[in-house]
Design a protein around this ligand. Structure first.
Ligand code: ADP
Length: 462
C-alpha cells in the first residue's frame, strides 16, 4: 500500500523567523500555508508571509497563546489543515500535542508521540543512550528528591556538579554547584524554578564538565526505519548555555572522533527508529572524550549551517517524511549515508536585539532603518526586521540569522563579518559589534573554542 499523501495545507504553530522558514519550504513544495498569531503579533511579519492567518489566544498572554493546544487543533480542523509544523520552542517538544493531532487525523510534522516521550525527557534519553553503550556524563539518572543523594554523588565524583531540570530546554533550568554549601542553598530553589518554568519539578544531577565543547549531530529518519546523519555542528560559542554562533564541520576535532560521535548519534536514532529531523547533542571534554547529553526531537535554530554544506533542505525533508516519502524517494533523494557529502564550511550567527554593552539586556522600540547584508554565500533567515517594525518585550530577541558559506572556514568567517558590517539597523540596539569581535578572534578562527570562550574573553564586549 502506498502510504504517501500530499499535504494541501500546513499550519505552523509558531512565530517569527522559524514560521517564515517553514512557510518558504511549504510554498516550494506547493503547499498552502496557515499562520496563527497572538494579540502581540498582530503586526508581525510572519503573519503576512502565510497564505492565511488567524488570531489565537485572544484572552491569553503572549506566550500562552502559542501553547493553546485545543484552540490550534480546532482551528486546523475548521480550516481543512492536513498537517501542523511546530517549529522549535513552544509546542515542539510537547508529546500531548503530537498525540492530539494524531487523534483527530492531523499529521504532526515530527516524531511520534512515543518517540517524543522516550526522548523529550533528559533522564530517559540518557538512560537510553547508556543502554546502547553511548557514553553519558556521569550523574544520577533519576529524579532526585533529597539533597543527601546529591551529596553522596558529589562525594565520589567531586564538585563542581550541575543540577538540571529533566524537562528543561533553551539553556534554562541548569545550575552549576561548586560546593556543599552552595548545593544546600540551591537545591530547593532549583526544584521550584523547574516547576515554574517547565511544569515538572524533576531535577537530576551530573558532573559539571569544565569548558567542554558542544558538538551535535543532525539526524534524519523516515517512516520506514531508514535513517542517516547529516554530520555535526560545533555550537560551543555560547553565553549562559545559549548558543550564539554555530558552524560546521567541527574541524578542530580528529576525523576519528568525529566519526565516532556521528555513529553514536545514529545508534540512538536507530534504536527507536527515529522519524523526522532530530539532533543528538554531545559534550566533549579536553581529553577527547565525548558524552551524550540530550536529543532534541525537532528542527533547531542552527539547522541552516547543515543545509548549506549538505545541500539538503531539512525542513522540506521533514514535511516529505511526514507525507510518507522514504529517504530514498526521488523527492528527498538520499539513497544512503554515502549520499551525504558535505562541502565547504558554514557559520551562522544569531543577530539579536540585545545590547552587548548593557549585559545583553533585550532592547525594544521601533526599527526606523533596516538594511541587511547580502551577496554570494550569504543567507538570511529573518523574523521581524523591517523599517517600521516594533520590537516588543514579549518574545525572544532573535532578529535575523545570518549564515555564510565558503570553501574554507576563514573565508566563511570573513564573509560573515563583511555581511554583518553591511547591516544598518537603527532604532534598537543589536549584538552585531559583539558578533564581529567573536568572528575576528584568533581562537574562534582556530575552531577550538569551548563553551567558556565568551566568559573568559571580556574584551569581546568592547
Ligand atoms: P538545553 O536543553 O537547555 O539546551 P543542554 O542539555 O542542551 O540544555 O545544555 C546546554 C548547554 O549547557 C551545553 O551546550 C553546555 O554548554 C552546558 N552544559 C550542559 N550540561 C553540562 C555539563 N554536564 N557540564 C558542563 N556544561 C554543561
Amino acid at each position: 500500500m502506498d502510504m504517501r499523501k500530499r499535504f494541501k495545507k500546513v499550519l505552523v504553530a509558531n512565530r517569527g523567523e522559524i514560521a517564515i522558514r517553514i512557510f518558504r519550504a511549504c510554498s516550494e513544495l506547493g503547499i498552502r500555508t496557515v499562520a496563527v498569531y497572538s494579540n502581540e503579533d498582530k503586526n508581525s511579519l510572519f503573519r503576512v508571509k502565510a497564505d492565511e492567518s488567524y488570531l489565537i489566544g485572544r484572552n491569553k498572554g503572549p506566550i500562552e497563546a502559542y501553547l493553546s493546544i485545543d484552540e490550534i487543533i480546532e482551528l486546523a480542523l475548521k480550516k481543512g489543515v492536513d498537517a501542523i509544523h511546530p517549529g522549535y520552542g513552544f509546542l515542539s517538544e510537547n508529546p500531548e500535542f503530537a498525540k492530539k493531532c494524531q487523534e483527530v487525523g492531523i499529521e504532526f510534522i515530527g516524531p511520534t508521540y512515543e518517540m517524543m516521550v522516550s526522548l523529550g525527557d533528559k533522564i530517559k534519553s540518557k538512560k537510553l543512550a547508556h543502554s546502547l553503550g553511548v557514553p553519558i556524563v556521569p550523574g544520577i539518572e533519576r529524579a532526585i528528591s533529597s539533597v543527601e543523594e546529591i551529596m553522596e554523588f558529589a562525594n565520589s565524583y567531586g564538585y563542581p556538579i550541575m543540577l538540571k531540570a529533566s524537562a528543561g530546554g533553551g539553556g534554562r533550568g541548569m545550575r552549576v554547584v561548586r560546593s556543599e554549601d552552595d548545593l544546600k542553598r540551591q537545591f530547593q530553589s532549583a526544584k521550584e524554578e523547574a516547576k515554574k518554568a517547565f511544569g515538572i519539578d524533576d531535577i537530576f544531577v551530573e558532573k559539571y564538565l569544565e569548558k567542554p565543547k558542544h558538538i551535535e549531530v543532525q539526524i534524519l529518519g523516515d517512516k520506514y526505519g531508514n535513517i542517516v546523519h547529516l554530520y555535526e555542528r560545533d555550537c560551543s560559542i555560547q553565553r549562559r548555555h545559549q548558543k550564539i554562533i554555530e558552524f560546521t564541520p567541527a574541524f578542530s576535532i580528529s576525523e576519528e572522533l568525529r566519526q565516532k560521535i556521528c555513529d553514536d548519534a545514529l545508534k540512538i536514532g536507530k534504536a527507536i527508529n527515529y522519524r523526522g529531523a532530530g539532533t543528538v547533542e554531545f559534550l566533549l571534554d579536553r581529553y577527547g572524550n565525548h558524552y551524550f547529553i540530550e536529543v532534541n526531537p525537532r528542527i533547531q535554530v542552527e539547522h541552516t549551517v547543515t543545509e548549506m554544506t549538505t545541500g539538503i533542505d531539512i525542513v522540506q525533508a521533514q514535511i516529505l517524511i511526514a507525507e510518507g516519502y522514504s529517504l530514498d524517494s526521488k523527492e528527498i533523494g538520499i539513497k544512503g549515508q554515502g549520499d551525504i557529502q558535505p562541502r565547504g564550511y558554514a557559520i551562522q550567527c544569531r543577530v539579536t536585539t540585545e545590547d552587548p554593552l548593557k549585559n545583553f539586556i533585550p532592547d525594544t522600540g521601533i526599527i526606523d532603518q533596516y538594511r541587511t547584508g547580502s551577496g554570494f554565500g550569504i543567507r538570511l533567515d529573518g523574523g521581524n526586521g523591517f523599517t517600521g517594525s516594533i520590537i516588543g518585550p514579549y518574545y525572544d530577541s532573535l532578529l535575523v540569522k545570518v549564515t555564510a558559506w565558503s570553501r574554507t572556514f576563514e573565508d566563511a568567517s570573513r564573509k560573515l563579518v563583511r555581511a554583518l558590517k553591511e547591516v544598518k539597523i537603527r532604532g534598537v540596539k543589536t549584538n552585531i559589534p559583539f558578533l564581529i569581535n567573536v568572528l575576528n578572534h584568533k581562537e574562534f578562527l582556530s575552531g577550538k573554542c569551548d563553551t567558556g570562550f565568551i566568559t573568559y574573553n571580556p574584551e569581546l564586549f568592547n
